[in-house]
Design a protein around this ligand. Structure first.
Ligand code: ARG
Length: 458
């Protein structure tokens, strides 16, 4: 056998068996419909293929490495089962080049449905926790420095919207995968009266490819899945990072459920956020797989080149990683405990209301914003030097910096700060309430109608 092992793909492309067999069954039916083979021959082929599928599912299929890939393994077995006289007709008007593209497209279409479902489930968990903690305040950060108070629900909804964009990216990719390549043959089309529209209908494709040379060499739909997957993992890694930070003793904003932390072998007090950390780490391999497919495709001359066989392992790995990570996050989010009192308590601490004091001078006293900013800047410096927080300063101390400060300065609180951000997309409670309702609507309608999912094959 020599170096054959180097070129074979059966140990990983056997995953495509359902798609490969479904594609062959549709192809056989089309050949009969077009009188390229007889109805009896097609029936024999279809029955043989169905029994091969059963063998694979039962784990009794005799996989052969020297048969290289899934297509040849299935075809060779068909010969054994129904005899070469008829089995030999299945590959009429088809090449492994359009066949493998078909299989991958079908596989990715299914993967997208699973991915979008995983994202929707995670969005639902995020929305649940956001709705359940209405009114809980927390410090909002820039540069990981406390900046301004926000509602916890508002913070969580930020992730909801990142994931919403992810859904759209995957759905967009679905449309590009949803094109039937069969009929392209090896590269130039086939010299038989095939019916590509029939095949597309049978296999649940929205349309057929327009150029046979492009069709057998195109893997854009994979690059797009990888790209959408990399962006989605990037979002999840950001959420992971926040969970790591929030669950630290220093923050103490949340506690992750027992199932999502592990203890240390030597430090009994530890509750390490391993799941979040591993998710953050797995983002690296998903980025790697994106670079992998882009590099495999780079500089390939038309049309099919065997390099394309290297499209599979990375795609399977990214799909597996993403689906598992979404599932873990759904569980982690739906079981995490929010330390609401502590979080709300920290929202008014320190100097987070500095902007609001400046806004107070502007709104209540007509001071120009830049001047107000300068006054509060000096006031903060003074408070820090006295070891006091802003709300602990006496009114006389405020007045050292501007005579415009009145007793009502003490009405500036974390609650008033949040309520003042009353713009569309802002953190004011009534805006967040509307945002929660909007998010709920988005989810409900997304679950109800999935026009992009019509091509799902059974
Ligand atoms: N195993 C191959 C792949 O994954 C199938 C196509 C082979 N075509 C060929 N002309 N050798 O790309």
């Amino acid at each position: 056998m020599g170096f054959v092992h180097y070129t074979v793909s059966i140990h990983y492309d056997r995953r495509l068996y359902r798609q490969d067999i479904a594609g062959s069954i549709a192809h056989a039916r089309m050949l009969a419909k077009q009188a390229i083979i007889s109805d009896e021959e097609a029936e024999l082929i279809v029955t043989g293929l169905a029994s091969i599928r059963e063998e694979i599912q039962a784990g009794t299929f005799p996989w052969k490495e020297d048969l290289e890939d899934i297509h040849m393994n299935v075809e060779a077995r068909l010969h054994e089962k129904i005899g070469s006289e008829v089995a030999g007709k299945l590959h009429t008007g088809r090449s492994r080049n359009d066949q493998v593209s078909l299989d991958m497209r079908m596989y990715v279409k299914e993967a997208i449905l699973d991915t979008v479902k995983g994202i929707r489930d995670l969005q639902a968990a995020i929305l649940d926790i956001a709705e359940a903690h209405r009114g809980v305040l927390m410090p909002g950060y820039t540069h990981l420095q406390r900046a301004q108070p926000v509602l916890f629900s508002h913070h969580m909804l930020a992730y909801f919207h990142m994931l919403e964009r992810d859904c759209h990216r995957f759905q967009d990719c679905y449309g590009r995968a949803d094109v039937l390549p069969l009929g392209s043959g090896a590269l130039a089309g086939v010299p038989y009266p095939t019916d590509r529209e029939f095949l597309a209908r049978e296999l649940g494709f929205a349309g057929v490819s327009a150029n046979s040379m492009d069709a057998v060499s195109d893997r854009d739909f994979l690059a797009e899945y990888h790209s959408a997957g990399a962006i989605c993992m990037m979002h999840l890694s950001r959420m992971a990072e926040e969970f790591v930070i929030w669950s630290s003793h220093e923050f103490g904003f949340i506690s992750l459920a027992e199932d999502y932390v592990t203890g240390s072998s030597i430090m009994p007090q530890k509750r390490n956020p391993d799941f979040a950390e591993i998710a953050r780490g797995k983002t690296g391999r998903v980025y790697g797989n994106l670079m992998g497919i882009l590099t495999v495709l780079k500089g390939l001359p038309l049309t099919y080149n065997r390099d394309l066989q290297e499209d599979k392992e990375g795609a399977f790995d990214t799909i597996d990683t993403l689906l598992a990570t979404l599932e873990v996050f759904r569980g982690m989010v739906s079981t995490l405990k929010v330390n609401a009192e502590h979080m709300t308590g920290t929202a008014g601490e320190g100097y987070m209301l500095a902007t609001d004091l400046a806004d107070y001078l502007v709104s209540a006293r007509g001071v120009p914003f830049r001047e107000a900013h300068g006054i509060v800047n000096k006031l903060c410096g003074y408070a820090v030097s006295r070891g006091k927080e802003l709300h602990q300063l006496e009114i006389e101390e405020y007045r050292l910096f501007s005579p415009q400060f009145g007793e009502d300065v003490y009405t500036v609180t974390a609650e008033s700060s949040v309520a003042a951000r009353d713009v569309e997309g802002g953190t004011a409670p009534r805006r967040v309430e509307a945002a929660l309702a909007h998010a709920r609507n988005l989810l409900d309608s997304a679950l109800g109608d999935k026009p992009w999912a019509e091509g799902e094959e059974g």
